[in-house]
Design a protein around this ligand. Structure first.
Ligand code: CTP
Ligand code: MG
Length: 194
């Protein structure tokens, strides 16, 4: 995908579109979450919870399914948006392993979120405590890392060869992440606006 012709604003929306399964998996996790803590209430040897009550199987599974469903809708009904946004088609945009990609983005985001919680507990932060940098980049970092491992060609096609600079991703992500969370907070499904 050659994005050299695109403006910054266009690239911003392209990033939003690509990362939608990752951004929204967390929102679904908030909705379905809260049951069956993954660490089963266990403590790490530093005396704090391994992950805490904010990381549950119901959230992980519901979020992965929800985020993947969003991606599925994007792939099957989003052709018109892809054409308008990026002057390309679904096939070039999502690659030949499109279903794998959306799953990796959704699951990876939650895996990253879980990894961050592990480190937050190690630095004595309680469930829900703010950890700005981690909260904003954990999910995108792991989502992209999984696509790097399982479908490097796809990641390369839009980030490296496609000139969606990582820089844009790094700017767009906090803005979008915060936006989604403030909405979640306002409509009452999230306890904190971050
Ligand atoms: N959630 C869940 N399981 C997950 C992820 C999220 O059940 N794997 C739910 C929890 O109810 C959680 C809420 O979504 O409280 C918000 O998610 P998040 O902000 O990631 O968790 P926090 O409660 O802030 O916990 P932490 O400090 O560990 O991030
Ligand atoms: Mg949190």
């Amino acid at each position: 995908m050659d994005l050299t012709q695109h403006s910054f604003i266009q690239i911003f929306f392209i990033v939003l579109w690509i990362m939608m399964p990752a951004y929204l998996s967390n929102t679904f996790a908030v909705i379905t979450g809260g049951k069956y803590p993954i660490d089963q209430g266990k403590l790490h040897n530093d005396g704090n919870r391994i992950l805490g009550d904010g990381k549950t199987w119901s959230g992980l599974i519901g979020g992965t399914i929800g985020g993947t469903m969003i991606g599925y809708l994007q792939i099957n009904h989003g052709e018109i948006i892809i054409e308008a946004l990026a002057n390309t088609n679904n096939y070039d945009f999502w690659g030949e392993k499109s279903l794998l990609i959306i799953f990796l983005l959704a699951f990876g985001a939650l895996l990253g979120d879980m990894t961050a919680s592990f480190f937050k507990r190690r630095s004595k932060l309680n469930r829900g405590d703010k950890s700005p940098i981690l909260d904003m980049f954990d999910f995108i970092g792991m989502a992209l890392f999984l696509t790097l491992i399982f479908d490097y060609d796809w990641l390369k096609s839009w980030i490296l060869d496609g000139y969606v600079p990582l820089f844009t991703l790094l700017i767009a992500t906090p803005v979008l992440h915060r936006g989604v969370n403030i909405i979640g907070y306002k409509i009452g499904i999230k306890n904190e606006p971050w």
